[in-house]
Design a protein around this ligand. Sequence first.
Ligand code: C5P
Length: 268
Amino acid sequence: MLTEIARAKLNLALHVRARRPDGYHELETLFAFVEYGDVLCVAPAEAPAFQITGPFAAALAGEGDNLVTRAAARFAETFGGGAHAIHLEKHLPVASGIGGGSADAAATLRALAGLHDVALDDPRLFAIADGLGSDVPACLLGGTAIGKGRGERLEPVAGMPGTPVLLVNPGVAVSTAEVFRRWDGVDRGPLGADPLAGRNDLEAPARVIAPVIGDVLEALAAQDGVTLARMSGSGATCFALFEDAKACAAAAAGVARFGWWSVETTLI
Ligand code: C5P
């Protein structure tokens, strides 16, 4: 049996550059990952089995088809390896901009690759990831990276390991496709030399769909010791980076009264 952590993905910056003829958008983004995530256990079995538990299990339970089972099916088509029993402990909110489903799919591929001696840099594994979703290749790589194209053209860069992070989600699921559809089409320029000085171009359209995102960002920005407060991906999860863990803990206590989901963690 192999256990993998499907760590939450953050877009520390996300610049939308153009709408493409294929319906996707050309991006420039800085991907980073935090310690916190879903937990995935994979073991060889007589027949395929999938079980989901954990605080956000209900959002996915009953869906026969999900990114984990799809990842396992694609892996078996390409590499064989027989059937597997997969247990997913769901800690990340679903459809929330921190790559929960993508992280789970990537963790499934990593676990199966580990069980069947497939190298993690095998281009066939990357091709499966790319076919499952725009963020899955970044989650397969799993480290800080600049992403271009749909997010699949990846260039690893130095991260800021140990930086305290507070994740906050106000409990509204927003559709990624809908947020992209509402982007105003204005190219506000590339990621600069310091991507953290950039922005998330999906914040404005996501705030139209879920105005509470503005409340979250305002609450985070008002905390002591915050170095950056921004929305991740297409939302609604927002994050704040802090000078130290004490400031992060104080901020977690500070926003607790709103009743939003929140987690204190660190960048890897
Ligand atoms: O690739 P994925 O299936 O995760 O994307 C979900 C939806 O988000 C796409 O169908 C598309 O509408 C939108 N999207 C986009 N541009 C990207 C990534 C996603 O328009 N770069």
